[in-house]
Ligand binder design. Structure first.
Ligand code: FES
Length: 107
């Protein structure tokens, strides 16, 4: 079962585990991880579940599809090369442990 380490803007970390295949946003929300708003519930239409993946894991996770790529232009915090919408990323054993940086703001 993959572990996700969320690095929060205040420097603290939250470690959660979830089954492989679980959507990253769902792993955050169901464990009460602060800073993942997810207003649209995972439809890639709000950009309030924005996260920065670890640079080394970003390629393994794959890139955003066209819809996500477009939405990433509307994030509250700056878009970076490793930016993803967490509702579009699935946990996998290849990304265990997964390191995720939560941005300062989502709205
Ligand atoms: S939950 Fe809305 S874009 Fe991810």
């Amino acid at each position: 079962m993959p572990t996700v380490i969320f690095q929060l803007p205040d420097g603290t970390e939250r470690k959660v585990t979830a089954a492989s295949g679980t959507v990253l946003m769902q792993a955050a929300v169901s464990n009460g991880v602060a800073g993942i708003v997810a207003e649209c519930g995972g439809n890639a239409s709000c950009a309030t579940c924005h996260v920065y993946l670890d640079a080394a894991q970003s390629e393994l996770a794959g890139g955003p599809n066209d819809v996500e790529d477009e939405m990433l232009d509307f994030t509250a915090a700056e878009r970076r090369p490793t930016s993803r919408l967490s509702c579009q990323v699935q946990l996998s054993d290849a990304l265990d442990p997964m390191l995720v940086h939560v941005p300062e703001e989502q709205v």
